[in-house]
Design a protein around this ligand. Structure first.
Ligand code: FAD
Length: 305
């Protein structure tokens, strides 16, 4: 066994870049938790932090408020998620203008899930953007924005096959997407194969792995089933029996995510997007292991040495 395979090389932190995803809070309590998280993660100097957008614009106000607060009260660069669901083009364009006037320069452009729920057929608004690619085109016309889009290493559940998926991803790249961020996955081989196939399909934008630290295995397993992500048997085994043991669950989750990220670093991946679920601890620990550290932590380390 090579126990040092994943040991931190001093140079790794210089090469690896991270971004963090948050969702807009619903209650005062959730808001307080989000800001604790933002404050804890800010010193790690992520490339950007993104804020999700609820189906049909249901979080429009909250997303805007969260993005504005990040702009006004932190040194972070926010990226606003946008979806096409249940909105006419002029409505989507108005939201984009609102964000741009606020100072937003980055977007995550998505079609969004069907308004009737995941698993039902998606019907574009009759005057709306039909998919992520059309939204990317509109954003590109509206300004010189940095645009992230989605990618699905295990295929989007609505896609009949990978070819249809790559066709959509290529259209998004051709329309001006800067990078793709993947749906979360737990099998790095799937990701590696997906990137290879994307390159063969003529898609050359960076495909950044989306990493989901498993805060609650039961919830992740349910969500994975809905969005078509595989939960490998080994992962289920790791969390077996930990339902009522949050402390051990968190330790195992940290080990699992660190193992995944460090393996991807070994495979040459340098950018990671973390689905934080508005919680800092696991993400902070994983970043520490890949050499992404706050100046305070580094300074304390040097003082002690
Ligand atoms: P698209 O890129 O437009 O399409 C996805 C795939 O669906 C395509 O590859 C294509 O193969 C297939 N497809 C699309 N249209 C058709 C069609 N007409 N016929 C056949 N196949 C078709 N959801 C939210 O509501 N808010 C968010 O903030 C949000 N953030 C996300 C961030 C990331 C990084 C990711 C990966 C997903 C996010 N989602 C979010 C979920 C996303 O909205 C759903 O996965 C949605 O079902 C698809 O949106 P998309 O932009 O990926 O779609």
């Amino acid at each position: 066994m090579n126990q040092f395979r994943f040991s931190r090389r001093p140079d790794i932190g210089d090469k690896v870049r991270v971004s963090f995803e948050f969702f807009p809070p619903k209650t005062d309590e959730m808001e307080a938790r989000l800001w604790d998280t933002v404050t804890r993660l800010e010193p790690l100097k992520p490339k950007f932090v993104s804020v999700t957008y609820g189906a049909g614009g249901s979080t429009r106000e909250r997303t805007a408020r969260t993005v504005k607060r990040i702009l006004n009260e932190t040194t972070l660069t926010p990226a606003a998620h946008m979806t096409c669901v249940d909105a006419a083009r002029h409505e989507v364009d108005a939201v984009v203008r609102e964000f741009a006037e606020m100072g937003v320069k980055r977007f995550v452009a998505l079609r969004g899930d069907p308004a009737a729920g995941v698993g039902t057929a998606y019907r574009p608004h009759p005057d709306g953007y039909a998919n992520g690619a059309e939204l990317v085109g509109a954003l590109k016309d509206a300004g010189d924005f940095d645009i992230s889009v989605s990618a699905y290493p295990e295929k989007h559940p609505e896609s009949p096959d990978f070819a249809t998926d790559f066709d959509m991803l290529k259209r998004k790249a051709d329309n001006g997407a800067t990078r793709a961020i993947t749906q979360f996955f737990f099998d790095n081989d799937l990701y590696e194969r997906y990137v290879e196939k994307a390159r063969r399909a003529g898609i050359y934008i960076p495909i950044v792995p989306g990493i989901l630290p498993v805060h609650n295995f039961t919830q992740v397993a349910n969500f994975s089933a809905r969005c078509g992500a595989l939960v490998p048997a080994w992962l289920a085994e790791r969390f077996e029996g930990l339902h009522n043991d949050p402390q051990t669950h968190a330790l195992v989750a940290s080990a699992v995510a660190a193992e995944q990220v460090l393996d991807l670093v070994e495979r040459g991946v340098s950018d990671f997007h973390f689905y934080t679920m508005n919680r800092a601890d696991l993400v902070f620990a994983i970043c520490h292991m890949i050499g992404i550290r706050s100046h305070e932590a580094e300074a304390a380390g040097s003082a002690a040495a």
